[in-house]
Design a protein around this ligand. Structure first.
Ligand code: AMP
Ligand code: ZN
Length: 469
């Protein structure tokens, strides 16, 4: 039985999907105006692991995650570079997908883009107006928050408290709202911004409506799991609930899951403070498997502090698993006997207990930290019980046991041969020395070797430059 902590009830609840054997899951994706940072990577890794575990349990998971490709930040970046907003979003969607691949995150069943779903958003907004949950003023459409009686049920906020806090925050130009709590569904066009025609004039959608529309289109009116970082609880997810449930009169999402934040130096990581790393930067120093492993070593609802020390500890820990797998493969290849020996049956049986402990941890609100501890117990057990004199079958089955648990976490157990920046620099130096010594064969060999690993060298007047291709 899987238990999920539901932000809605603030309790762990037994997971029962709407349709037997199937899971409909929606996770809010990034706004694509730059490379994703390692904070954005946390929900990606967490919910990919949730998905993998549900699949391991036999569920068919329909996993939808959007890209927000129309937003003020994208428009700002486009204006700075003198290119279109579409060029910016397309560029960073591709880069994001590259980072996701590096972190071994499975592509979603669908990755819808906000700009491709404008028609659906106009339909939902029109429906909300018809049902008197929304109203248009001077080209802007607002959601009539107080009409949705359950507003605040996810963030456990009280409307009157919100109102008190909001009064001083009223932004100029918003006096036209019926109530300060009302939020924007559609905003009118501004010069130099992308816009679409609508019954309320040219303009673009607000942020919240896209997720209500996309989840309904790709998953239906009701879904099982909705996920995202905890900063999205309010107002984004609260507003999604209001929009979706006002339309359908049905419960929108049954389980709301939120990951805690990734901090740096125990401070919130944010672009404005400048204390963040992009996934791309991290990939230049570490195999991204290490980043994934690091994130899964904490429970997803605990804040996690990023540090070089913890990344080094993750590197060592991951290497211990990889070395055990390598050793088991070696033992299997060199074993004198093939068939399982009678005394080895008990060893395999014991190994199943670790796998069971793994599942129990994951059943308990996806406790990946405890699940990893179970993998280490299994590794330790394999290291002491499999070796010289073991049968090939035992070594192979133990190896597969470790690997199958790691696969559920999305952890790759093969040692990766990818070159890090420091390795590349060292090879470039060696090539320079070889050329100086007129050893052109070795110099060419190094160039080819690097190319095979996806590193292109360029001899320029300022010296050798390289890039990953
Ligand atoms: P954004 O592009 O800001 O909409 O963020 C995309 C996703 O990343 C959302 O689910 C955010 O909650 C999440 N997120 C952003 N920053 C962090 C962070 N420092 N730690 C964890 N999750 C984050
Ligand atoms: Zn969303």
């Amino acid at each position: 039985m899987i238990q999920i902590y539901n932000t809605l009830s603030k309790k762990k609840e037994e997971f029962i999907p709407l349709e037997e054997g199937k899971v409909r899951m929606y996770v809010c994706g990034p706004t694509v105006y730059n490379f994703i940072h390692i904070g954005n990577a946390r929900p990606m890794i967490v919910f990919d692991t949730v998905r993998r575990y549900l699949e391991h349990k036999g569920y068919e998971v329909n996993f939808v995650s959007n890209f927000t490709d129309v937003d003020d930040k994208i428009i700002k970046k486009a204006n700075e570079e003198g290119v279109s907003a579409e060029e910016i979003s397309q560029r960073y969607i591709e880069e994001c997908k590259r980072d996701m691949k590096g972190m071994n995150i499975c592509p979603a069943t669908a990755h819808p883009l906000a700009t491709q779903e404008i028609g659906g958003m106009i339909d939902m907004i029109s429906d909300l107006i018809e049902k008197e949950y929304a109203y248009a003023v001077n080209g802007t459409v607002y959601f009539r928050t107080r009409r949705f009686e359950e507003y605040g049920k996810l963030s456990h906020k009280n409307l009157d408290d919100l109102q008190a806090g909001n009064r001083s925050l009223l932004v100029s130009g918003e006096e036209e709202k019926e109530d300060p709590l009302d939020f924007v569904l559609w905003k009118p066009k501004k010069e130099g911004e992308p816009s679409w025609p609508s019954p309320w004039g040219d303009g673009r959608p607000g942020w919240h409506i896209e997720c209500s529309v996309m989840s309904r289109k790709y998953l239906g009116e009701q879904i099982d799991i909705h996920g995202g970082g905890e900063d999205l609880i309010f107002p984004h997810h609260e507003n999604e609930i209001a929009q979706s449930e006002a339309c359908s009169k049905k419960v929108f999402a049954r389980y709301w899951m939120h990951n805690a934040f990734l901090n740096i130096d125990n401070r919130k990581m944010s672009k404005s403070l400048g204390n963040f790393f992009t996934v791309r930067e991290i990939s230049e120093r570490y195999d991204l498997q290490i980043l994934r492993f690091f994130m899964l070593n904490a429970h997803y609802r605990s804040p996690l502090n990023f540090s070089a020390e913890l990344m080094e500890a993750s590197r060592n820990a991951l290497e211990r698993i990889q070395t055990a797998v390598d050793n088991l493969k070696y033992t299997a290849e060199h074993a004198a006997v093939t068939e399982l020996l009678s005394e080895e049956e008990a060893i395999l049986k014991e190994a199943e207990n670790f796998a069971q402990k793994f599942d129990e941890s994951m059943d308990d609100d996806f406790n990946t930290a405890d699940a990893i501890a179970a993998v280490f117990d299994l590794v330790k057990y394999a290291n002491t019980h499999v070796g010289e004199g073991s049968s090939r079958t035992l070594a192979e089955r133990m190896c597969e046991r470790i690997q199958s648990l790691c696969r559920i976490l999305g952890i790759i157990t093969e040692k990766k041969q990818e070159l890090l920046d420091s390795d590349i620099e060292a090879l470039i130096e060696e090539r320079k020395a070889a050329r100086k010594a007129k050893d052109f064969a070795r110099a060419d060999e190094i160039r080819d070797l690097l190319l095979q690993k996806g590193i292109l060298l360029e001899d320029t007047r300022e010296g050798v430059k390289w890039k990953r291709v």
